[in-house]
Design a protein around this ligand. Structure first.
Ligand SMILES: [Zn+2]
Length: 153
């Protein structure tokens, strides 16, 4: 088993009003040259958690951080106008909380971050700020929800 210490949260960056099946997500990543879906888990609008890639296998979701992480993506991240937005449904929020909590316990996770939080800290002040984000993914502030997910709120 590989060493895992991080969970990276993503959105699929697709419009929340356009369903994206697990099969379509898998195909999307294959077209980008990945060996199947790069995320380990995929959370549908209705809260269903889909296993996309065995955790034992290294993911393909966060350049430079794949080796020791688990990738989770929720369906959506863009509003009907194609703009970045926190489109999570109550079911997705709940499923994400449960999934992160279980994985953190099972794998001894040390940190849970959003994809955009892994952007380079350009001004070197120790915080990755909005102007430094190389992308919006996952379109919400993960750090604000981690305490609740891990049961420390
Ligand atoms: Zn991402």
């Amino acid at each position: 088993m590989r060493e895992i210490d991080t969970i990276v949260v993503h959105c699929t960056a697709t419009r929340a009003d356009v369903p994206l099946s697990p099969h379509a997500l898998d195909a999307m990543h294959r077209r980008r040259g990945f060996d199947g879906c790069g995320y380990h888990y995929y959370i549908r609008r209705d809260g269903q958690i889909c296993s996309m890639r065995p955790v034992e296998r290294t993911g393909a979701h966060a350049r430079g951080f794949n080796a020791k992480s688990i990738g989770i993506a929720y369906e959506g991240g863009l509003d009907a106008g194609g703009r970045a937005a926190d489109t999570r449904t109550p079911q997705q929020r709940h499923a994400l909380c449960v999934l992160v909590r279980v994985l953190a316990k099972d794998y001894g996770i040390k940190r849970v971050v959003g994809h955009r939080d892994l952007s380079p800290d350009l001004d070197g002040d120790g915080t990755v700020e909005p102007h430094e984000w190389t992308k919006q993914c996952p379109c919400f502030d993960v750090s604000r929800e981690v305490p609740e997910w891990l049961g420390k709120a």
